[in-house]
Design a protein. Structure first.
Length: 264
């Protein structure tokens, strides 16, 4: 990998992943062995597109620990370690924090009574939108504002009623267009550049580069829609993680600037 290769944190799934939390969907039996193979396929897709992956050690006693996105919010060379909204997930961020300290990132901690899951944070440019649902609260938004506004960010709370996390409902294309599946639209959504997608998983993309996005194989009509807009689509099967209310963004954390490197 070159010094400028994009990097992402990933975390192997727990053998107990089928015991993970579900909130807005019915529980269906997940296959942990298949989940492991799907996770390996997801990591391979990142690597096949030039990404370096950095593994956070597995936490087998934490069923939801593959959803590493929820444990941290990255902002340049600052890593803001989450305080998960669900008690069951509170042990997870320690492993992420240790890896990021080792890599030399500046570390800040969300502190009680603030709670935050990283899946509630959507960034584009200087804007940082934070979902206010069952996991992230307004005290955490205040803490993020105190940490990020001095760095030029604009932090906005976005109340949620229909989904687990903000990025369960919306993510952004490389050009900033926000994808939303209409039944999950909230009156609180502030975006004007919006593309409606025909499938719920269709609103979840990981931006691999300016013309390529990774998404789930469970959104084929959305994939076609995005291809017609000129995007390359990398589709991965994450069915077992979707059974635990996960999506493609949950399984990785993009590490932008390595400490000490010029801000890219
Ligand atoms: N960023 C995300 O959307 N993470 C998905 C977390 C799913 C997990 N079963 C949970 O309920 O916390």
């Amino acid at each position: 990998m070159t010094a400028s290769s994009p990097r992402a944190l990933v975390r192997p799934p727990s053998s107990r992943m089928a015991e993970g939390l579900v909130t807005h969907i019915e529980r269906t039996a997940a296959d942990a062995d298949l989940a492991r193979r799907q996770w390996e396929g997801y990591v391979a897709a990142l690597r096949d597109h030039g990404w370096e992956t950095v593994e956070v050690p597995a936490a087998d006693d934490c069923p939801d620990s593959a959803f590493v996105e929820d444990t941290v919010l990255m902002y340049g060379d600052l890593a803001i370690i989450a305080l998960p909204g669900a008690e069951e997930r509170r042990p997870e961020p320690a492993g992420t924090e240790a890896v990021l300290r080792e890599l030399g990132y500046e570390i800040a901690l969300i502190e009680a009574p603030g709670t935050l899951d990283g899946g509630d944070v959507l960034k584009h440019g200087a804007d940082v939108w934070v979902g206010l649902g069952g996991r992230t609260n307004s005290e955490a938004v205040d803490q993020l504002a105190a940490l990020l506004e001095p760095r030029g960010a604009r932090v906005h709370g976005v109340p949620l009623t229909k989904v687990l996390h903000l990025k369960s409902a919306v993510t952004a294309l490389p050009d900033g267009t926000v994808l939303v599946h209409p039944p999950l639209h909230e009156d609180s959504f502030p975006w004007t550049e919006v593309l409606e997608v025909p499938e719920e998983p269709g609103s979840h993309v990981v931006v691999l580069d300016e013309s390529t996005v990774l998404m789930s194989t469970s959104a084929p009509r959305t994939a076609q829609l995005l291809r017609e807009r000129g995007l390359q689509i990398v589709a991965v099967d994450i069915s077992e993680f979707e059974k635990l209310e996960g999506c493609v963004t949950c399984l990785s954390v993009r590490l932008r600037e390595a400490p000490g490197q010029p801000v890219g």
